[in-house]
Write a protein that binds this ligand. Structure first.
Ligand code: FES
Ligand code: FES
Length: 164
């Protein structure tokens, strides 16, 4: 067993992991963070996405031992002070059906909007291209992100402010 120390949703944690423990399993089974979902276990679906040092990664492809010294954020962290603007927009637009893809989409959208608060439709499509949804045809997901982008553009045109 190897000791790793990292920051998870703002909290410093140290745990012991085997060299071949996968981050997704450690998050779900050792830390009780169930938002990352196990869809394919091979990097294809995006359901297991988390932010690793601010960048969206597929936690099924990361060994836990690799995150020693890193900062990880899951949907639990994003929503720990209440639903984020991203989550509110998806709810408002009824963007999901079964919701299995939702955490990964929230992670990818959060990463996108932190870098670019007013993405174009093409930029949104590109950012979410790795997140598969078997239910919705993607339209209500894209519309929700576009709505945030338009809102942010409107705000920055008028006040210089942005929203995530
Ligand atoms: S479970 Fe990781 S990409 Fe599908
Ligand atoms: S809402 Fe079911 S997989 Fe996306």
């Amino acid at each position: 067993m190897n000791k790793i120390t990292f920051i998870i949703n703002g909290e410093k944690r140290s745990i012991y992991v085997e060299p071949n423990d996968v981050l997704l399993d450690v998050l779900r089974d050792k830390l009780g963070l169930k938002s990352p979902k196990c869809g394919c276990e091979r990097g294809d679906c995006g359901a297991c996405s988390v932010l690793l040092n601010g960048k969206s990664v597929r936690s099924c492809l990361v060994f836990a031992i690799e995150v020693d010294g890193c900062e990880i954020e899951t949907v639990e962290g994003i929503s720990q002070n209440g639903l984020s603007v991203v989550q509110e927009a998806f709810i408002e637009m009824n963007s999901f059906q079964c919701g299995f893809c939702a955490p990964g989409v929230v992670i990818a959208t959060t990463e996108l909007l932190r870098k670019n608060s007013t993405p174009t439709k093409e930029e949104i499509k590109e950012a979410l291209a790795g997140n598969l949804c078997r239910c919705t045809g993607y339209t209500p997901i894209l519309e929700a992100v576009e709505k945030i982008s338009h809102h942010n553009k409107h705000n920055s045109d008028n006040t210089g402010g942005t929203n995530e």
